[in-house]
Design a protein around this ligand. Structure first.
Ligand SMILES: Nc1ncnc2c1ncn2[C@@H]1O[C@H](COP(=O)(O)OP(=O)(O)OP(=O)(O)O)[C@@H](O)[C@H]1O
Ligand SMILES: [Mg+2]
Length: 318
C-alpha cells in the first residue's frame, strides 16, 4: 500500500556547484505519491543536475534529497530500489531486442522467476511495446525508444519516476500518448517528476510545477496558482481611438489598475497593462466612453503560461 500522506520526493536546500557555476542553487520542493510535478526551465537551468542527484548519479554540494524517506546521500541503494530514472539520452545495445532489453533491466533490479516475467509482460503491455517485442532496440523510432526508456525506468515498479525531457523530439500523437502514460502512472500512485523547456507541454498533466532558472526556483505551486500569480498583471489592452490620443493617455494614467500606458505604432493606437478581470475591463471601457473619449477598438489579451515563463525567467544563462 502506498501512503499518500508522506512525500515520495523531498528536496531540501539542494546545491550543486561545478567550479563557479551554481548549477543548482538552494532548491527545495516536495512531490507526493499520485502527483505529477513539472520542472520547467530553459537550457542550463539545472534540471538534469537536480534529476541526476535524485537518481543517485551525482551528489549535492550541500543540502539533501529523500526518496520515500531515504537520503540520496546516505542510502543510495534504498533510493535506487524506489526510483526509476529516464535520462534524456538513450543507449542501445547491438543485437538486443525490446523484450531482452527490458528483461536485462529486470534482472539488474534483482527480479527473479515469475516476478521478472510478470514485470516484463506488464511493462511491455503498459508501454504498448508488445508488437515490437522482437525488434532490435537500435532499429526503433524515437517515439518507440522513448517508450522503451520509460519501460526500463518503471520495470521494478518504483514509487518515484524521474523523467528528463521525455517529450523532446516526439511527434504530436506520441506526446499525447506519453501524457496518457504519465497520467496513468500517477493514478497508480507513482510520484512523477518530469522536466521540459515548454511550460504548456506540461501544464495539462502536472498537478504542480516549479520554474527553474540559473539554479533557482523562480516560482512553484499548482499551475493555477502560478497562472493567478501572473494574472496579477491582468492583461495587455490595446485601444484604438478616432482622435484625442493624448487626452486618452492622460485619462488612463490617472486610472487605478492601469499602468505602462504607451503610444502604439500607429498614431491613434495605445496599449496599457490592466490589473483586474474582464468585468473590471468592461467597466473601464464604459468609463472611457462616458468621459467622451472616441474609442473605436478595445481588445485585451490575457497572459498565457508562456508569458509567465518569460516573465519569471530572465534569459540568464551560465
Ligand atoms: N558535469 C558538469 N561539469 C561542469 N558543469 C556542468 C556539469 N553538468 C552540468 N553543468 C553545468 O550546470 C548547469 C546546469 O546544467 P543542467 O544540465 O542541469 O541544465 P538543464 O536545465 O538540464 O539544461 P537543458 O535544458 O539544456 O538540458 C549548466 O551551466 C551546465 O553547463
Ligand atoms: Mg537537461
Amino acid at each position: 500500500m502506498i501512503d499518500r500522506s508522506q512525500p515520495a520526493i523531498e528536496v531540501y536546500n539542494l546545491h550543486r556547484f561545478f567550479g563557479r557555476v551554481r548549477a543548482v542553487d538552494d532548491i527545495s520542493f516536495q512531490v507526493y505519491p499520485g502527483q505529477v510535478f513539472g520542472f520547467i526551465g530553459p537550457n542550463g537551468a539545472g534540471k538534469t543536475t537536480t534529476m541526476r542527484i535524485l537518481a543517485t548519479l551525482d551528489q549535492p554540494s550541500y543540502g539533501n534529497a529523500y526518496v520515500a524517506g531515504f537520503s540520496v546521500v546516505e542510502d543510495p541503494d534504498q533510493v535506487r530500489l524506489r526510483l526509476g530514472f529516464m535520462p534524456d539520452y538513450f543507449n542501445t545495445y547491438p543485437y538486443v531486442n525490446v523484450v531482452e532489453y527490458l528483461d536485462f533491466y529486470a534482472r539488474a533490479y534483482g527480479l527473479r522467476g515469475n516476478q521478472r516475467r510478470r514485470a516484463v509482460e506488464f511493462t511491455m503491455h503498459f508501454t504498448g511495446l508488445e508488437p515490437l517485442a522482437d525488434k532490435p532496440t537500435r532499429a526503433l523510432s524515437k517515439g518507440m525508444k522513448q517508450r522503451l526508456c520509460l519501460g526500463r525506468a518503471m520495470i521494478h515498479d518504483p514509487l518515484v519516476l524521474v523523467l528528463d525531457e521525455p517529450a523532446a523530439g516526439l511527434d504530436p500523437r506520441a506526446r499525447i500518448e506519453l501524457r496518457q502514460m504519465i497520467r496513468r502512472l500517477a493514478q497508480r500512485g507513482k510520484a512523477v517528476f518530469i522536466s521540459s523547456h515548454i511550460l504548456t507541454e506540461l501544464a495539462e498533466i502536472c498537478d504542480a510545477v516549479g520554474v527553474i532558472e540559473a539554479g533557482k526556483l523562480r516560482a512553484q505551486g499548482p499551475v493555477e496558482h502560478i497562472r493567478r500569480q501572473l494574472a496579477r498583471g491582468g492583461a495587455t489592452v490595446q485601444v484604438e481611438l478616432l482622435d484625442q490620443v493624448e487626452q486618452a493617455v492622460r485619462w488612463l494614467e490617472q486610472h487605478p489598475g492601469v499602468s505602462q500606458v504607451e503610444r502604439g505604432q500607429q498614431e491613434n493606437m495605445l496599449t496599457f497593462q490592466h490589473e483586474g478581470d474582464a468585468s473590471e475591463r468592461a467597466e473601464l471601457l464604459r468609463q472611457m466612453v462616458q468621459a467622451g473619449l472616441p474609442v473605436v477598438g478595445f481588445s485585451a489579451k490575457g497572459h498565457t503560461l508562456e508569458d509567465l515563463f518569460l516573465a519569471l525567467t530572465e534569459g540568464n544563462v551560465q
